[in-house]
Design a binder for this molecule. Structure first.
Ligand code: NDP
Ligand code: GDR
Length: 378
């Protein structure tokens, strides 16, 4: 019998990679998507199956983490062997603007699923994965961070995720539910949302290289993160639910880079070298030279771009309380589960830049033919 998985947040970055991974393992995958006024399934359209066809292995349900009865009904219908709770208002900066909603979805939403498992008597059948986060470490107490490092959340998002972390531990201890927290450090991909810093950078650099955008505005360039590839990290989410005993694990690469390093690496992929001038809010990234041999920037555009400021700091992207440095120690996951990340930082940046360059080329073509290309950036 094929195993049945239910993924909340299936339309997100990790949901898309995980759904594809589980289908590849022979699972029947159910996903919860939110109702939106426009289609919101771009990331999973390649997995879509016509609802009129029988024996589907990928099935979507409308739902929301803020709606208990809806969650109970879906879980009752699906009778999942495994639930992956990936749904969340996942943007740290946005959580300062919508703290109550973030708490409702990210904290109480997790409780709603755990309660549904209990109400339906599925404690012994259904295994539960909680998408916990390195943001729990916030104001870090120890470098690198591991499973025993104390938490100090620094945003409404992180505080909500702290509740979700502990309620998962509590339901495991109180009711014997097989529940695990994956404490995942930042992981990115070409499917990353456009307002997270990595994707914002790769998208902007590709657009600048084609003359579609003049400047990239960023916040804290000194922030340090441990960036991995989402494709590698979803494998670990599955592995955590396949063990004899439920445990919590840190998932990270163990290597740290600054936001500025990421900008340099993305620009370098396009043949652009930057020199940095000024400090703090006055810091700027200026084009020092362009290698047109890389084929991204034309000779004509290179002549215009050289010497131009293409990165500036805009304090609007500063956060009321910032997480300055995160570096994970994944040695427990390596020792106990045999897991290690496969994609290097350079490979990750290159893959993201390539994908965004392809999209920018399409936009440039549209613009050249007199149509208005999508130009939104935040
Ligand atoms: P995304 O923001 O890409 O995806 C979030 C998903 O949650 C989307 O499908 C979104 O739907 C859905 N969602 C949001 N609010 C609700 C709600 N109220 N009810 C139902 N669904 C909702 O996040 P990622 O894929 O990057 O991350 C997955 C999970 O892992 C998140 O919980 C995140 O907090 C956590 N995490 C992520 C890390 C990372 O670096 N990516 C690191 C550590 C933890 P829609 O598409 O409609 O917006
Ligand atoms: P983060 O990711 O907050 O770590 O949360 P994000 O990419 O938003 O920020 C990383 C760092 O970059 C700095 N930064 C900027 N960030 C954004 N978004 N936009 C900017 O213009 C900008 N300039 C500098 C930030 O201040 C920060 O220090 C992500 C999310 O996926 C969470 O859901 C997840 O839990 C954590 O990673 C681990």
């Amino acid at each position: 019998m094929a195993k049945v998985a239910l993924i909340t947040g299936v339309t997100g970055q990790d949901g898309a990679y995980l759904a594809e991974f589980l289908i590849g393992k022979g699972y029947i995958v159910h996903g919860i998507k939110r109702r939106a006024s426009l289609f919101n399934t771009d990331r999973i359209d390649h997995l879509y199956q016509d609802p009129h066809v029988e024996n589907r292995n990928f099935i979507l349900h409308y739902g929301d983490l803020t709606d208990s009865t809806n969650l109970i009904r879906i879980i009752q219908q699906v009778q999942p062997d495994e639930i992956y709770n990936l749904a969340a208002q996942s943007h740290v900066a946005v959580s300062f603007e919508t703290p109550e909603y973030t708490a409702n979805a990210d904290a109480i939403g997790t409780l709603r699923i755990l309660e549904a498992i209990r109400i339906l008597g599925l404690e012994k059948k259904t295994r539960f994965y909680q998408a916990s986060t390195s943001e729990l470490y916030g104001l870090v107490q120890e470098i690198p961070q591991k499973e025993t490092t104390p938490f100090y959340p620094r945003s409404p998002y992180a505080v909500a995720k702290l509740y979700a972390y502990w309620i998962t531990v509590n339901y495991r201890e109180a009711y014997g539910i097989y529940g695990c927290n994956g404490i995942l450090f930042n992981h990115e991909s070409p499917l990353r949302g456009e307002t997270f810093v990595t994707r914002k950078i790769t998208r902007a650099m590709a657009r600048i290289a084609l003359g579609l955008q003049d400047c990239l505005y960023l916040g804290n360039l000194n922030a340090l993160r441990d960036w991995g590839h989402a494709r590698d990290y979803v494998e670990m989410q599955w592995l955590m639910l396949q063990q004899d005993q439920p445990e919590d694990f840190v998932i990270a690469t163990g290597i740290q880079h600054s936001v500025r390093d990421f900008v340099n690496a993305a620009a370098g992929e396009l043949g652009i070298s930057l020199c940095w001038q000024g400090e703090g809010v006055d810091e700027t990234g200026i084009v020092e030279a362009i290698d047109t041999g890389k084929g991204a920037v034309s000779e004509e555009l290179a002549a215009r771009l050289t010497g131009q400021t293409i990165v500036r700091v805009d304090p609007r992207y500063f956060r009321p309380t910032e997480v300055e440095t995160l570096l994970g120690d994944p040695s427990r996951a390596h020792a106990r589960l045999g897991w290690q990340p496969k994609t290097s930082f350079a490979e990750l940046v290159a893959e993201m830049v390539r994908a965004d360059l392809e999209t920018a080329r399409r936009d440039e073509l549209v613009k050249r033919h007199g149509f208005r290309a999508f130009d939104y950036h935040e």
